[in-house]
Design a protein around this ligand. Structure first.
Ligand SMILES: Nc1ncnc2c1ncn2[C@@H]1O[C@H](COP(=O)(O)OP(=O)(O)O)[C@@H](O)[C@H]1O
Ligand SMILES: [Mg+2]
Length: 354
């Protein structure tokens, strides 16, 4: 898995025999140059097809290295691995125009690893009229649902998404808006850091009420699901338009943390009435300040990490794509039309045999 945060590659070795169990894991950060290349590819510029193809190969080299390292560490031979589920790196998410584009070269990855690769998970759902995102709710429903307790799973990636798992009734889910993406961008621009470690910068500041109100006025937050978003929408330009530059940098950092927390809180209040337990996953779980704010925004609901449900928060997304790959190989559907808005459930992904 390599998500919107552009932090790097999460590789998980997953046994899907019974419950999904993570046997081992490996994280490879993106080299600075690759991150810059990928960021630049988020916008239309000269010769982008060529640059995108090269970036896809470089990504696949990194994916292959992550797989090699993980298998060596675990003492597992490639022949015993059924498949790699490879999400790729999103550079444009435009379901409204009929596509979502993930870079990565699955043929290259299959050739380098000698393992079957399943990739391009989003296109089929979009072709069927869906958002192509989020795709993890089907996994959350299969492994985290409880027949007595109303649970909600919240993934704090670059973009945050939630899955509503009522004890009975249908599963829903959508992107709530920014997770870490603005926190990271502001920390980089004002403090020269890749991210706000532990949320220490935000904890030093105080949220600016008027700025927060202005940011929360974005129509995306009011839109009813199905909905999905990306860096295309929530970026520094979006933030600058709200006049963030007029305030103290640490106060803006605190406001952005509050924005993530409030938008999640409001989404749960509106779309998950009666929720009893919220479980968090994704890199944002390491942001102690953010987690405190989320817990405050969810007063009365118990908040914990997915570790309590048996999967460490760092590896939930990667595990979900291993499961989606397995679904594809078995020709079983991986999407939930009630989440993505597609005409029906579809088998997701393209298969590149070993
Ligand atoms: N120690 C930490 N303190 C605060 N934030 C962190 C920490 N570790 C990771 N993060 C945040 O998590 C992000 C990565 O989360 P991840 O779940 O991989 O998101 P994505 O799926 O978008 O790549 C980082 O960009 C950063 O914002
Ligand atoms: Mg990541």
């Amino acid at each position: 898995m390599s998500g919107t945060s552009l932090d790097g590659v999460d590789a998980a070795l997953v046994d899907l025999g019974g419950r999904a169990s993570v046997l081992g894991s490996e994280f490879l950060p993106y080299p600075k140059s690759l991150k810059a290349t990928l960021l630049a590819l988020h916008e239309p510029r000269k010769d982008e097809l060529h640059r995108a193809a090269l970036a896809g190969i470089e990504l696949s080299e990194l994916y292959a290295r992550a797989v090699d390292r993980l298998l060596k560490k675990q003492g597992v031979s490639p022949q015993t691995v059924c498949a790699i589920g490879c999400h790729g790196q999103t550079v444009r998410h435009r379901p409204g125009s009929g596509y979502s584009l993930q870079l990565g070269n699955p043929a290259w990855l299959a050739e380098r690893t000698h393992i079957t690769v399943v990739a391009d998970f989003r296109s089929r759902d979009i072709a069927a009229g869906g958002e192509g995102a989020p795709l993890v709710p089907a996994f959350h429903a299969a492994f985290f649902r409880d027949s007595r307790r109303h649970r909600v799973i919240v993934n704090l990636g670059g973009i945050a998404n939630l899955t509503n798992l009522p004890a009975i009734g249908s599963v829903t889910g959508f992107d709530t808006g920014p997770g870490n993406v603005l926190l990271d961008a502001w920390a980089r621009e004002k403090f020269g850091r890749d991210f706000d470690r532990g949320g220490a910068l935000a904890a030093r500041g105080r949220p600016v009420a008027v700025l927060l109100k202005g940011l929360l006025a974005d129509p995306y937050f009011r839109r009813s699901p199905p909905k999905s978003t990306g860096r295309d929408h929530f970026d520094l330009r979006w933030l600058r338009r709200s006049g963030a530059g007029r305030h103290k940098p640490e106060d803006v950092q605190a406001t952005l943390a509050e924005l993530t927390a409030c938008s999640i809180g409001e989404a749960i209040a509106k779309s998950c009435p009666g929720a009893e337990e919220v479980y968090l996953c994704g890199g944002g779980v390491r942001n102690t300040d953010l987690v405190k704010r989320i817990a405050r925004a969810l007063a009365g609901i118990s908040v914990a990490s997915t570790e309590r449900l048996g999967i460490h928060p760092d590896w939930v997304e990667a595990t979900a794509f291993a499961w989606l790959a397995q679904r594809a190989l078995k020709h079983e559907t991986g999407s939930l039309p009630e989440v993505t808005g597609a005409r029906g459930a579809r088998v997701l992904g393209a298969i590149y045999p070993a």
